[in-house]
Design a protein around this ligand. Structure first.
Ligand SMILES: Nc1nc2c(c(=O)[nH]1)N[C@H]1C(S)=C(S)[C@@H](COP(=O)(O)O)O[C@H]1N2
Ligand SMILES: [Mo]
Length: 319
């Protein structure tokens, strides 16, 4: 029984096994259709988007990634650069207690405990594709709440044009002795991207508390952008007037732009982004190397929702 579940009013008896996940999802969908609000499905969300479970592709290509793959094949460089390192070193990340500093261009800054952050929010379920810049992708059921709802609580002021995020900076994390990135891991979004209803602050996945290797206790999921924008284990949120520095952009600006929108037409300088290996269904671990390749989609398939954010921008320049 973890804090976010307690804060969210979930009883231990309601925590279901992974095996019951699909069944429970069906129940949630049914309860939403019946106009009830459940532990995860919220009516407010159902009104904002076409539906919490949107099929972006055929059933065959949008099969869920199995939970084992999603929690053992990770990028979390603070825990090591191999895909298997994060789960191996997961216990090095201490998430209790956890606090988040919110500062910069806002009227209600402060230092908040994870419980403070979580309390007012209803936890939703959203099945999102996440596509890594390394051209593999997963389809994961996340549990979380809209980042916009959280950001509004801190009352960004008129100067706030961007939001910067930082991951925990802790020498005990085994990957941080390497200089592979400039620590702490930093990411940023334009304020309108951060406020977009698709942008999720995730605190769980597959109906369970988010595992450390996936960014406990809270991480972003920005489904139309390359995976590295979805920063894990957030300890700081800063409203800024200027575009904030981001770790991948600092490490290789010609390879990783600030926007990082999934775009099959704009190649990474060292590889094409036209296709991706979908890690779903039975595919797990090293089998990823042999996973089926599918066409990548503009904005990872979320173009209808987000293209207007970039209406007048040259996406080959602002990649
Ligand atoms: N703090 C931090 N956040 C991070 C990363 C990281 O190395 N450190 N890797 C990013 C990358 S490259 C990807 S693809 C996603 C992977 O998320 P997942 O392991 O939950 O699938 O996390 C992103 N968030
Ligand atoms: Mo990634």
């Amino acid at each position: 029984m973890k804090d976010w579940m307690r804060v969210a009013g979930i009883k231990s008896s309601e925590i279901t096994d992974e095996q019951l996940f699909r069944q429970r999802r069906t129940i949630i969908q049914a309860s939403m259709a019946a106009g009830m609000t459940g532990f995860i499905g919220s009516q407010a969300y159902a009104k904002e988007l076409p539906g919490p479970i949107k099929k972006w592709d055929s059933n065959a290509t949008d099969a869920l990634t199995n939970e084992e793959t999603a929690t053992t094949y990770n990028n979390f460089y603070e825990l090591g650069t191999d895909k298997g390192d994060p789960v191996k070193h997961a216990d090095k990340l201490v998430t209790e207690p956890w606090s988040v500093v919110v500062d910069g261009e806002c009227n209600a800054p402060g230092k908040f405990t994870f419980e403070d952050i979580l309390k007012p929010h209803a936890i939703e379920e959203r099945i999102y594709r996440l596509r890594c810049v390394e051209a593999w992708s997963m389809v994961i059921p996340w549990n979380g709440f809209p980042l916009a709802d959280l950001l509004k609580r801190f009352q960004p002021n008129g100067n706030a044009k961007y939001v910067a995020f930082e991951t925990i900076n802790d020498d005990n994390l085994p990957g941080m002795s390497s200089r592979v990135l400039d620590w702490p891991y930093r990411e940023g979004l334009r304020l309108d991207e951060a406020m977009h209803p698709l942008t999720l602050m995730a605190v769980g996945m597959y109906g369970n508390v988010i595992p450390n290797q996936n960014g406990a206790p809270m991480r972003l999921v920005v489904p139309w952008k390359y995976g590295y924008k979805s920063i894990k284990s957030i300890v700081r949120i800063t409203f800024t007037e200027k575009q904030p520095a981001t770790s991948w952009n600092m490490s290789a600006p010609h390879e990783y732009g600030f926007y990082s929108n999934v775009n099959p037409d704009v190649s990474h300088p060292r590889w094409s982004q036209a296709k991706e290996r979908r890690l779903a269904g039975d595919i797990s671990g090293l089998a990823a190397l042999f996973a089926k390749k599918i066409d990548s989609q503009f904005m990872n398939g979320y173009g209808e929702e987000v293209a207007e954010l970039y209406a007048d921008m040259d996406l080959t320049k602002f990649f």
